[in-house]
Write a protein that binds this ligand. Structure first.
Ligand SMILES: Nc1ncnc2c1ncn2[C@@H]1O[C@H](COP(=O)(O)OP(=O)(O)O)[C@@H](O)[C@H]1O
Ligand SMILES: [Mg+2]
Length: 232
């Protein structure tokens, strides 16, 4: 069984079907990509997995435990970390305190010194988070997610606002985190990052998974091209 398993999840907003019977698995040790045009349902799926949104039907399993009825805090304590598409950090706190707040929320949290070092944030650790350019602020958010010592990590467009060099480093970091045993799930529009970092890619379109496979196969998939061209 995969570390994170989503089965038959459906979500509606009023009359709109945002997710329809979605199955998704993310293995420990892998970076799992989730791509698709705007409005496909990627963020909605993350909200269901992290407990911010109750699905109409379906189940979410983390490390074999059914967490469908658990709240976001309980899921975080069980090892689910996430970042947000619309960057959510405490702008008035220092970089270090952003990580500290996350760590203190968690019993047995990680030591934040090594996380700051790993993310290259030591030189800005005492600056206010909102004084950082977006690219580095994204790393602060990742640092907060890592401070809860996640087993599964959901990243919602983490490279948006990063320059090319930052994105390349970010891809290597994701590979390292996976190599350490995390199940990383990456929602991202930067196709180069997706192709370089992911072991497997799932494509969501109009609330349905329309293709799954290794990055090379996905790039050439006709249904995927149609979904993107149709959305353009
Ligand atoms: N809170 C909400 N209320 C109503 N509709 C929503 C809400 N959140 C998302 N949606 C709709 O659900 C669909 C999927 O959105 P979203 O998950 O944000 O897509 P993505 O992240 O793939 O761009 C879209 O049609 C969007 O307008
Ligand atoms: Mg989104």
């Amino acid at each position: 069984m995969a570390l994170l398993e989503v089965s038959a999840v459906s979500v509606r907003f009023g009359g709109n079907v945002a997710l329809s019977e979605v199955d998704l698995a993310a293995e420990a040790g892998h970076v799992t990509g989730l791509i698709g045009p705007n409005g496909a349902g990627k963020t909605t799926l993350f909200n269901v997995v992290s407990g911010l949104l109750r699905p109409r039907s379906g189940r979410v399993l983390l490390d074999g435990a059914d967490i469908t009825r658990r709240g976001p805090a309980a899921r975080s304590r069980r090892g689910l970390g996430r970042t947000f598409q619309r960057l959510e950090i405490f702008g008035h706190l220092s970089v270090r305190d952003n990580l500290r707040v996350a760590a203190e929320f968690q019993r047995g949290a990680a030591d934040i010194g090594p996380i700051l070092a790993r993310l290259g944030l030591e030189d800005v650790a005492d600056l206010r988070a909102d004084d950082l350019p977006t690219g580095r602020a994204r790393l602060v958010e990742l640092g907060r997610a890592l401070a809860v010592r996640p087993k599964a990590l959901l990243l919602d467009e983490p490279a948006s606002g990063q320059d090319e060099e930052e994105t390349e480093r970010f891809g290597l970091l994701l590979r390292e985190l996976a190599a350490e045993g995390l199940a990383v799930v990456l929602v991202e529009h930067d196709m180069r990052l997706v192709m370089e970092a992911c072991d497997i890619v799932h494509v969501l379109d109009l609330g349905k998974v329309i293709a799954s496979g290794p990055p090379d196969g996905i790039r050439a998939d006709a249904a995927v091209l149609t979904a993107y061209l149709g959305a353009a």
